[in-house]
Design a protein around this ligand. Structure first.
Ligand SMILES: Cc1cc2nc3c(=O)[nH]c(=O)nc-3n(C[C@H](O)[C@H](O)[C@H](O)COP(=O)(O)OP(=O)(O)OC[C@H]3O[C@@H](n4cnc5c(N)ncnc54)[C@H](O)[C@@H]3O)c2cc1C
Length: 414
């Protein structure tokens, strides 16, 4: 652990009441810090609301991977493609895409994977700590977590990815089964699913319920949560930070896909780009017991109560762009062929949310160039899985002044 001369932090403002911000606030309280969480909208109003809720550290890998480039320009420009970039002249988006493409090499992927492993290793333990400490929501074991394929040939890409994960030093526990066996586990799988990979030791949550439970716990332990306050500036001096007219010792910027707006002033040069995804929920005759993933079509399904959430798409565009109904249509079209007994015409909770993506696929966690300003975000596809461990490690850094080794490779000033 590297020790720095950071100022004492007895009162800390956390900007953003998503999974990352609230987890950070909760773990700061564990260290005796007085916290105020401030959100422009409300608790879990950003990407932490309608996501798939998978807690899958053994398959949490960097987004920029060599196969992304194989999609090619044509696929990426089609509104029904799972990875979509609208034709753009926005120089910021173009810069992000160029940097992203440069990271889609096997060597860069390996390097980023190495950096994620220490976070993945402790991801579920951080959830256990929240629950032992009084958060009333519960993670559920994903037994099974099913990755399903129409052909054995299609499944090879995932199995090859597992080999790369294992070669990087992280283990994945799984079994390969045929379609009939997979349907015994999950009868909602379509009849033409030929094979499935059952991944073990993973969990899932209803993300909105869980984040609200963390918020309740933060409040119950004396923390304040202020909603409806859009923070447009963070002012710092040698002795304090001023946010929304109030004084604090330090501030944590955890504003999801909008992270760059406030973090840029404090030396964070890495762009955080909205990678927007869509979801909705439907009734299904046989609600799957655990998450079901169709990697070829990039469709993610998760049981939420008595319904199934169907999520997917990666749309690199402005965080505030309106919901594009063609993206929902594309998800419905895929789901119709992949699932049996899903009532896809009676959709509820249609949603778009912005994954906070970085071009190297790694989050930004740690101190900024101002010793009173800390950064927590940019987790892309994995902010739910990695939110609590992020909060735990960053709280340790803020409270002790020493940076945990696991945060070295995710330095926000890299
Ligand atoms: C379709 C989809 C499926 C996904 N599935 C999974 C999954 O299965 N597992 C997984 O691990 N991850 C998943 N993710 C990714 C995950 O949702 C995100 O990485 C995670 O929610 C990010 O959390 P966050 O707290 O950083 O951001 P957010 O949840 O977006 O929170 C940021 C908060 O900051 C607030 N805010 C922004 N600007 C300001 C400001 N200036 N002042 C005050 N408040 C501000 C916002 O209102 C928001 O509430 C998925 C994402 C999508 C879109």
């Amino acid at each position: 652990m590297a020790i720095s001369d950071s100022p004492r932090s007895e009162r800390v403002a956390v900007l953003g009441a998503g999974m990352v911000g609230l987890s950070t606030a909760w773990f700061l309280q564990e260290a005796g810090v007085d916290v105020t969480v401030i959100d422009r909208d409300g608790v879990a109003s950003g990407s932490s609301w309608g996501n798939a809720g998978w807690l899958t550290p053994s398959i949490a890998v960097p987004l920029p991977e060599p196969s992304v480039l194989k999609y090619g320009l044509q696929a990426v420009l089609s509104p029904s493609s799972p990875v979509y970039v609208p034709p753009t002249l926005d120089p910021r988006l173009i810069r992000f895409l160029v940097q992203f493409a440069r990271n889609c090499t096997p060597a860069r992927w390996q390097q980023a994977m190495q950096a994620l492993i220490p976070l993945n290793t402790w991801a579920l333990a951080a959830y256990d700590e929240l629950e032992r400490g009084g958060v009333t929501a519960r993670t559920q074991a994903a037994e099974p977590f099913t990755a399903a394929f129409r052909s054995v040939a299609d499944s090879r890409a995932l199995l090859e990815e597992f080999e790369l994960i294992e070669a990087s030093g992280q283990s994945v526990s799984f079994d390969v089964v045929d379609g009939a066996r997979a349907r015994l586990e999950e009868p909602a799988l379509a009849d033409d699913i030929e094979t499935a990979v059952l991944i073990h030791d993973e969990r899932f949550i209803d993300p909105s319920t869980y984040v609200h439970a963390i918020a309740e716990s933060v409040r119950g332990r004396g923390g304040r949560i202020v909603t409806g306050t859009d923070v447009d500036a963070v002012r710092t001096s040698a002795s304090e930070v001023v946010v929304a007219g109030e004084r604090y010792d330090s501030v944590v910027i955890a504003t999801g896909a909008r992270l760059g707006d406030l973090a840029r002033t404090f030396g964070v040069r890495k762009l955080v780009q909205a990678g927007r995804g869509y979801s909705f929920t439907v009734k299904v005759d046989d609600v799957p017991r655990g998450p079901v993933y169709f990697p070829t079509q990039r469709v993610a399904c998760t049981p939420v109560g008595d319904r199934l959430r169907i999520a997917g798409m990666m749309e690199f565009r402005d965080v505030d762009a309106p919901m594009d109904p063609r993206r929902i249509d594309a998800l419905v079209t895929e789901a119709r062929t992949l699932l049996k007994g899903a009532h896809l015409d009676q959709r509820e909770d249609e949603w778009v949310g912005a994954r906070p993506c970085t071009s190297d696929g790694l989050p930004l966690i740690g101190a900024s160039k101002d010793p009173r300003v800390f950064i927590a975000g940019g987790h892309g596809m994995w902010g739910v899985t990695l939110g609590p461990v992020t909060g735990k490690l960053l709280a340790e850094q803020i409270a002790t002044g020493g940076r945990p080794d696991a945060l070295r490779a995710v330095d926000p000033l890299r």
